[in-house]
Design a protein around this ligand. Structure first.
Ligand code: ZN
Length: 107
């Protein structure tokens, strides 16, 4: 699976719509591709934010959001962290700001 295919599957993956073979390949690619991992992180953060805005009660730990999801998807979890906590917080803040700007522009 290449980067283009993987990034096309980001939203179906987050929604849990992938078939198991497809999901396996997706997770394998994400684990070895920092670029797609980062992309997944942004999508997962935005989607979790939307769920919370929709009034979901669940408490979301943004720090472990992607790792939890990937660990859930694969049998042997590999402990890899591509980003420091600081960089992740910065990106999370940027994502939320971007998201609010989009909401204000389009709705
Ligand atoms: Zn990739």
């Amino acid at each position: 699976m290449n980067c283009k295919e993987t990034q096309r599957l980001l939203v179906p993956y987050i929604n849990g719509d992938l078939e198991s073979g497809e999901e396996e390949e997706f997770v394998r690619h994400i684990r070895h591709c920092p670029e797609c991992y980062e992309e997944l992180e942004v999508y997962a953060t935005v989607f979790a934010g939307i769920r919370q805005l929709d009034g979901a009660d669940e408490k979301i730990d943004y720090r472990t959001l992607v790792e939890d999801s990937l660990d859930h998807s694969e049998e042997d979890a590999i402990d890899e962290h591509f980003l420091s906590t600081y960089a992740f917080l910065l990106k999370t803040a940027a994502t939320i700001i971007l998201f609010y700007m989009l909401v204000r522009w389009f709705f």
